[in-house]
Structure formats: structure tokens, C-alpha cells
Write a protein that binds this ligand. Structure first.
Ligand code: HEC
Ligand code: HEC
Length: 341
């Protein structure tokens, strides 16, 4: 062949050494390197610190695979990612009012967005679960969500041709256990950090928001931030906001049994709210403008209505509504929703 120079044995040897070195590098890439999870400087201290579950690349990859694998559903059709998709900020991309699980069964509540979960003191809209590592047990067991059951899930994964190897990589053991499944989920979900919205640039670097949104922020700080407070736009308390609109879900009372908690729901983070329609625990409001209109004109009297909310509504002017809307758009983290999984 023209230009072909026969390689000397030394070159072949060097080449083989190089190949060997590359193979080693590739192998090292596959071993369990620690995973760095961002803790933005303008956020508070996280609640979950991974103390007993140090995140690694392999643990995250395993959690990710489990999250998107319908193998953990009774009809083999639904995964966590069916209801929680990146494009919808990990809320339901199908925009159904309440979630739809195995065999097309309707759930009881609207699917919340997932982001910044290591800052959450409790989970679900009634706060019924208080630990990120426990949370996935609920959908795995729930016959309206995945329904496969955690014991069954362990067996299915243990008998799978690939999963035991992935557990080996992540946890140095190919024995699948419920704890290891839950650790992997916590590593994946805990890594879903959203800190790149215009509101972050505002808090972190003092970068001003657009003019209308700045005006909207003043209204928000006065009327909304009492509950939707701080960089996560929630104080994680349980409140009745007067917008239950005929839903007979008792919310927090489901957990505490207290009549004073009836109709109270956890104040949701509003991060990425632009992408998570429809809104409220029962998906009772379709658009952000519907939400703003409802806070303006439809706050209903209720024995547990929060005293900071005026019965009837805030009666915003159309300019105020537009400004509020523009402010809510500043909570959108496009990098976060455009990441591919
Ligand atoms: C059928 C749709 C559906 C599936 C499948 C599903 N979820 Fe959810 N998820 C929901 C709904 C609805 C809620 C809210 C439940 C509530 O408030 O009572 C929720 C809540 C959550 C929360 C708490 C969020 C918060 O704001 O407190 C996390 C975390 C979560 N899911 C993770 C998962 C994981 C992990 C899986 C897979 C093992 C999964 N989900 C499967 C619909 C779903
Ligand atoms: C007294 C506390 C409180 C105040 C004040 C308040 N909210 Fe809320 N907000 C809540 C609660 C609680 C929910 C969840 C209700 C539910 O799930 O049914 C909620 C839900 C929302 C949602 C839906 C989020 C989602 O993902 O479904 C939006 C948007 C929202 N509020 C915006 C606002 C705006 C804008 C204001 C000010 C005009 C405001 N809130 C004032 C407590 C409050």
C-alpha cells in the first residue's frame, strides 16, 4: 500500500502499551468515581447530605436507569420518568390533571416537578414522607402508579441479566437489596439541581430582572413570598390557599388526622413553574394566567384558609397580573429542562 511503513516491533510494543493504558483508563472511567453534586452558594444548607450514601458516577447511572425503566411497573409500561420527565421539569409531560399510572389508572394528585430535592424536609403534597431515600417506595408500591411492590422489584432486578452487574459497580456487591435500590434513586434524584434561572442570577450576582418582572417581584414579595419564600419559593409549610375548587382531597389532614389540617397542602416550590402545568394538587388550574387570575378573584372562604390570603382575592389590576406573570417566568431554568437523559 502506498505510503505504508511497516511498523517496527518497538512501535508495535509501544502501540500495545498505549492500548493497554487506554483500556486501563477506560476501565478506571467505569469504576466508581465520586460524583460531585452542586450546592449553590445562594441556597440554604441541604437537608439530605448523602452521609450514608456517598454519590458516585455508577450510583447515579444506576439510579437514572431505574428511574427510566418500565421494568419496575406491573404492566411493564410505566416508569418514574413517564410521570416525571426532564422536558416538564420532571413534572408530567402529558399535562394530565392527576397522574396516570399502570393500566392507565388515574392517581389522586397532580404530579409535582422534581428539583433541588436534597433541600426538601418532606415529600408529597401532604408531607407524608420525610426522607428522600424512602420516597420511591410509595410509587413502587402504589397500585395507581407503578404497583410492582418493593419485594418484587428486588427479585426482578436480581434476576435481570444486567442489573446485578450495575449494582456491583455502584455498591461493590451484585446482591440487589431494597436499600441499594433506594440509595441509587436518591443519588440520581439528589443530583437534579436547578440553579440556573434568571432569579438565580438575580440572587447570586445581583443581575437585575427585566423591568416588568422586577415590578412583578415587588408584588410577589408582598402577596406571595410569605409562603413561597426564599430561593426555592417555599417555606415547606402546609397551607390552605383557598383554591381547592371543589377537590375533596383533605391534604395534610391525611397525615396528621387533625381537622385544622383539612384542605392544607404543602406550599410548592415555584421553580420551573412555567413548564409544570396544570397547577395545584388536583391540577385544577390549567395555565399560569389561570393561577394568577384565581389568586386575584377566586380565593374561597375555608375554615383553614391562611389569614394572609384575602377571601375573594387580591383584586390585581391587569398590569399587576402581567407583571406577576413576567416574574414567574424568571423562575425558569432552561438548562435544567433541556438536559437530555
Ligand atoms: C403515575 C405517575 C407517577 C409515577 C410512575 C411516579 N410518580 Fe413520583 N409522584 C407522582 C405524584 C402524583 C406525586 C405526588 C404525590 C402526592 O403528593 O401525594 C409524586 C411525588 C413524587 C416525589 C415527591 C415530590 C415532592 O414534591 O414532594 C418524588 C421525589 C417522586 N415522586 C419520585 C418518583 C420516583 C423515584 C418514581 C419511580 C420509582 C416515581 N416518582 C414514580 C406521580 C408519579
Ligand atoms: C398562604 C400561603 C400562600 C400564599 C400567600 C400564596 N400561595 Fe401559592 N400556593 C400555596 C399552596 C399551599 C399551594 C398548593 C395548593 C394546592 O396544591 O392545592 C400553592 C400553589 C401555587 C401555585 C401552583 C404551583 C404548582 O406547581 O402547582 C402557584 C403558581 C402559586 N401558588 C403562585 C402563587 C402566587 C403568584 C401567589 C401570590 C399572588 C401565591 N401563590 C400566594 C400557598 C400560598
Amino acid at each position: 500500500m502506498k505510503g505504508y511503513i511497516k511498523p517496527s516491533p518497538v512501535i508495535i510494543l509501544l502501540g500495545m502499551l498505549l492500548l493497554f493504558a487506554c483500556a486501563r483508563d477506560a476501565k478506571e472511567e467505569n469504576t466508581n468515581v465520586p460524583l460531585y453534586i452542586r450546592q449553590p452558594a445562594h441556597f440554604p444548607k441541604p437537608v439530605y447530605t448523602f452521609d450514608n450514601n456517598p454519590p458516585t458516577r455508577s450510583g447515579f447511572e444506576l439510579g437514572k436507569r431505574l428511574f427510566f425503566d418500565p421494568i419496575l411497573s406491573l404492566d411493564q409500561q410505566v416508569s418514574c420518568g413517564t410521570c416525571h420527565a426532564a422536558s416538564a421539569a420532571f413534572a408530567d409531560p402529558r399535562s394530565t390533571a392527576v397522574s396516570k399510572g399502570v393500566f392507565g389508572r388515574s392517581g389522586l394528585r397532580n404530579t409535582p416537578a422534581l428539583a433541588n430535592l436534597i433541600w426538601y424536609p418532606h415529600f408529597n403534597q401532604d408531607g407524608g414522607i420525610n426522607h428522600i431515600e424512602v420516597q420511591p417506595v410509595a410509587p413502587i408500591n402504589d397500585s395507581l402508579e407503578l404497583g410492582v411492590g418493593i419485594a418484587n422489584a428486588v427479585r426482578i432486578l436480581q434476576n435481570h441479566p444486567e442489573y446485578p452487574g450495575l449494582f456491583e459497580r455502584a455498591f461493590d456487591s451484585d446482591s440487589v437489596t431494597a436499600a441499594r435500590i433506594l440509595w441509587a434513586f436518591a443519588q440520581f434524584m439528589g443530583a437534579l439541581v436547578s440553579d440556573n434561572a434568571p432569579i438565580d442570577a438575580f440572587h447570586r450576582d445581583n443581575k437585575p430582572l427585566p423591568e416588568k418582572a422586577m415590578r412583578g417581584k415587588v408584588i410577589f414579595d408582598e402577596s406571595c413570598a410569605g409562603c413561597h419564600s426564599g430561593v426555592l419559593q417555599t417555606d415547606f409549610s402546609f397551607k390552605n390557599n383557598g383554591l381547592n375548587m371543589g377537590s375533596n382531597d383533605i391534604g395534610r389532614a391525611e397525615v396528621t388526622g387533625n381537622i385544622q389540617d383539612e384542605g392544607r397542602f404543602r406550599v410548592p416550590s415555584l421553580r420551573n413553574v412555567e413548564y409544570t402545568a396544570p397547577y395545584m394538587h388536583h391540577g385544577q388550574l390549567n395555565t399560569l394566567n389561570d393561577v394568577i387570575e384565581a389568586y386575584s378573584t377566586s380565593i374561597a372562604a375555608h375554615p383553614n384558609l391562611d389569614p394572609n390570603l384575602p377571601v375573594g382575592g387580591f383584586d390585581f389590576s391587569s398590569q399587576q397580573k402581567e407583571d406577576l406573570y413576567q416574574f414567574l417566568l424568571q423562575l425558569s431554568d432552561q438548562t435544567f429542562v433541556n438536559q437530555s437523559f
